[in-house]
Ligand binder design. Structure first.
Ligand code: NDP
Length: 295
């Protein structure tokens, strides 16, 4: 049996970043606007530090301004809300990203609710979620947006496909299910209480998995010719004691069944940051009343 094609998220992300850099140059030349992204990190979680540093680096590589705010773990909710209010008023910060998780004692929903929806480049604000729900324009969450771009590249037209989304988180599963519905898929959302998950997965033309459980979706749950998008990023230890990354899908076995599959790493991961850059350019355009053909 032929092996599934690998869906190269790294290459597509590089193309999206190049498009963003071109749009930034156009915004600067024609409108005197340099898009800016403000990132806010509270505490010293090592994984968050890496994510925030990468986001800042790639933002600058695309020619945008990056404003990094690193606050101590002892920061109060009031202090954080004060910074968010300041960034909402700052015309140079077109996008605001508060890195999660936040320390205990800070109400994440309250912080997210206080970000100006037009600057909410993560797409988590209830206004942007509501716009997504009603099929209207708004800033879309980066990871689901990246998944959709990979699927549209692979399949062109998703109409009529049965998409099974395993995982119902607010940042991946739920918004992705809405995007798939908007693309005219028949959508099933599965989660930890779903009965007979294997047989639900076997019905999928499109199988997206975002559970945070290493390789839990077995290869033989993948229907022949399905397209598989693996969102999971799990650090595991192999028999020789080395640590490496695996997704939520049993990759080697699934590759024998699927038509196409995203690798981990190099699949959805790079798309998330690329979509963040894209959202920041889109937010800057909207705030300055500019319409670019690519956004
Ligand atoms: P959450 O922990 O918020 O949600 C996990 C979801 O998976 C829940 O809906 C849960 O169900 C479901 N689930 C858990 N166990 C099972 C099971 N045994 N069977 C069926 N469903 C199950 O995770 P996220 O969506 O935020 O993230 C998931 C993974 O994606 C993680 O590995 C994370 O690191 C990765 N990720 C990667 C990103 C990227 O850029 N590539 C971005 C964001 C996340 P229930 O609701 O019933 O509890």
């Amino acid at each position: 049996m032929a092996e599934a094609r690998l869906i190269d998220g790294k290459a597509m992300a590089a193309a999206i970043c190049a498009d963003a850099a071109r749009d930034v140059a156009r915004l600067q030349a024609d409108h005197g606007v340099t898009p800016g992204l403000a990132t806010v990190m509270v505490g010293d979680d090592p994984a968050s530090e890496i994510y925030v540093r990468n986001k800042g680096r790639q933002t600058e590589q695309a020619g945008m301004n990056s404003f990094r705010h690193v606050l101590p773990a002892t920061t109060t909710q009031e202090d954080l809300l004060h910074l968010v209010a300041k960034l909402n008023r700052d015309p140079k910060a077109h996008g605001i990203l508060v890195q999660l998780p936040l320390p205990a004692g800070i109400d994440v929903d309250l912080v997210m609710d206080n970000i100006d929806p037009v600057k909410d480049v993560d797409g988590f604000h209830p206004v942007n979620m509501g716009l997504l729900m009603s099929g209207r324009d708004g800033l879309r969450p980066c990871t689901p947006l990246g998944c959709m771009m990979l699927l549209e590249y692979e399949l062109e037209d998703l109409t009529g496909c049965h998409a099974v989304v395993v995982g119902r988180s607010n940042i991946v599963g739920k918004p992705l299910a809405l995007m798939l519905l908007a693309a005219h898929c028949t959508v099933t959302i599965a989660h930890s209480r779903t009965r007979d998950l294997a047989s639900v997965c076997r019905q999928a033309d499109i199988l997206v998995v975002s559970t945070g459980r290493p390789e839990m979706v077995r290869g033989d749950w993948v229907r022949p010719d399905a397209v598989v998008i693996d969102v999971g990023i799990n650090r595991v230890e192999s028999a020789d004691g080395k640590r490496h990354l695996v997704g939520d899908v049993e990759f080697a076995a699934a590759r024998k069944h699927a038509r196409a599959i995203t690798p981990v790493p190099g699949g959805v991961g790079p798309m998330t940051i690329a979509c963040l850059l894209r959202n920041t350019v889109a937010a800057a355009c909207r705030q300055h009343g500019v319409i670019l053909p690519t956004i």
